[in-house]
Design a protein around this ligand. Structure first.
Ligand code: HEC
Length: 95
């Protein structure tokens, strides 16, 4: 898999996708269904989700109550939203 560093454009696009597809459950990096499984740095680390590969994978294939996005988003869109999640986790979801 390609792991080039995300560009600013990728992150901006990722933010748009996040607002449409993910914020319903993960508003401000939280998780309204599984409270512990947030998108904050500590939780991502704990569940080995703190990498582009891991986030790309869960978004592509889904997990339990989170659906798969492979039919709804392109590979590029999934990578963009994963880059955005990592970037926001670094900033502790402060806008
Ligand atoms: C219907 C609600 C819902 C939507 C929409 C949703 N998720 Fe999730 N997400 C979940 C649930 C529930 C989990 C916990 C899955 C598990 O491990 O049991 C989760 C887990 C995650 C995790 C791992 C978090 C951790 O701490 O382990 C990431 C990363 C993630 N989601 C990203 C996304 C992204 C990016 C999107 C949009 C493309 C998205 N999610 C859309 C419900 C949702």
């Amino acid at each position: 898999m390609v792991t080039q560093p995300a560009t600013a454009a990728d992150i901006t696009n990722g933010a748009k996708i996040f607002d449409i597809q993910c914020a319903g459950c993960h508003e401000n990096g939280g998780n309204i269904i599984r409270r512990g499984k947030t998108l904050k740095k500590k939780a991502l680390k704990k569940y080995n989700m703190d990498s582009l590969e891991a986030i790309t994978s869960i978004v592509t294939n889904g997990k339990s109550n989170m659906s798969a996005y492979k039919d709804r988003l392109t590979t590029e869109e999934i990578e963009n939203v994963a880059a955005y999640v990592l970037e926001q986790a670094e900033k502790d979801w402060r806008k």
